[in-house]
Design a binder for this molecule. Structure first.
Ligand code: ADP
Ligand code: ZN
Length: 295
């Protein structure tokens, strides 16, 4: 069995560890995300004396994952202080001479859930995270969706809820999906964090209204066979039935498939890998590098 070095580069912490091509984690550590210099020094220190065959790196975005692009391997225009235009893969390549696969954390998570989790056996799967931001990864015909760059499905435009006066907080678009429905938007609109609003049905009805619209758009464009939803906000399990009900209502029978009309409980689901989806996602990215080696 090969050894995969994996990094989940997150906005608050970097998880670094080792695992194998079956998605099994053998060890890992957590490093706080501060400046690139400080954080990467600790990352390099951790991997320095380890043996591994390939590396998988799943990162918060936006990033440039396109192999022949001039800025391949960079974290690009992130609002996250210090990390804009940072060549993370370039830095790793100075120290580790193994094949690397780099993509968004959500594309990695989508792949991991498809191979080892809630999307097993399917070829068209989406993974959506609703947390500090909203991001989504998509596996289409068995491969991660990538084109000009990675998709940015958290920033789509939606109809406003008729009773919503919140103007939105996305620094780029104000009232895109992320600006209206990510954790910080809930907190700003209602004056409390989601965790403290458990019993307020208006909050979750409105949240489900936005998330369901987004999912309807994803269904109409990508035709996924399953949609997996994770992230801090989705810990509010009451959201699932509300989202499913709204998806059926908005589609209004138009996508005439039993998965949506009769079995939606099995169509929009929580991750099998739970909070591990991100790190195991980086292992999955490492497996892509490994598979390319043995082709
Ligand atoms: P990140 O996106 O930074 O990786 P999370 O997925 O935990 O981390 O997202 C953090 C956001 O999710 C915060 O805005 C927080 O208020 C919200 N959140 C975290 N846990 C819950 C919960 N149990 N219920 C509702 N909202 C939550
Ligand atoms: Zn936006």
């Amino acid at each position: 069995m090969a050894v995969i070095g994996a990094i989940e580069a997150g906005g608050t912490k970097f998880i670094c560890g080792l695992g194998n091509e079956k998605g099994k984690i053998t060890e890992r550590i957590s490093i706080p995300t501060t400046t690139p210099e400080e954080t990467m020094e600790k990352v390099i220190e951790y991997f320095k004396n380890k043996k591994f065959d390939v590396m998988g790196i799943g990162s918060f975005g936006p990033i440039d994952p396109v192999k022949n692009s001039k800025t391949y391997g960079y974290i690009t225009k992130t609002p996250k202080p210090y990390w804009s235009d940072y060549n993370i893969i370039g830095e790793l390549k100075k120290h580790f001479h193994v094949p690397m696969e780099f993509d968004t954390d959500v594309n990695g998570a989508a792949l991991a859930e498809t191979w080892w989790g809630a999307g097993k056996g399917l070829k068209n799967v989406m993974y959506i995270t609703v947390g500090t931001g909203i991001g989504a990864g998509a596996i289409v015909n068995g491969v991660m969706l990538q084109g000009l760059t990675h998709p940015e499905m958290g920033h789509i435009f939606l109809k406003k809820h008729p009773e919503d006066n919140f103007e939105g907080r996305c620094p780029f678009h104000k009232d895109c999906l992320e600006g209206m429905a990510a954790g910080p938007a809930i907190e700003e609109r209602w004056g409390k964090k989601g965790q403290e609003l458990v019993d307020d049905m208006c909050v979750w009805e409105m949240e489900a209204y936005y998330l369901a619209q987004a999912i309807v758009n994803y269904i109409l464009i990508l035709s996924p066979q399953r949609i997996i939803m994770g992230g801090g906000v989705m810990k509010q399990k009451q959201l699932f039935p509300l989202i499913r009900k709204n998806v059926q209502k908005f589609l209004n029978g138009y996508v005439h498939k039993k998965e949506i009309l009769e079995e939606i409980d099995k169509y929009i689901v929580c991750p099998d890998l739970g909070d591990e989806a991100g790190f195991v996602g980086s292992l999955a990215l490492g497996k892509i590098a490994l598979d390319k080696l043995t082709l």
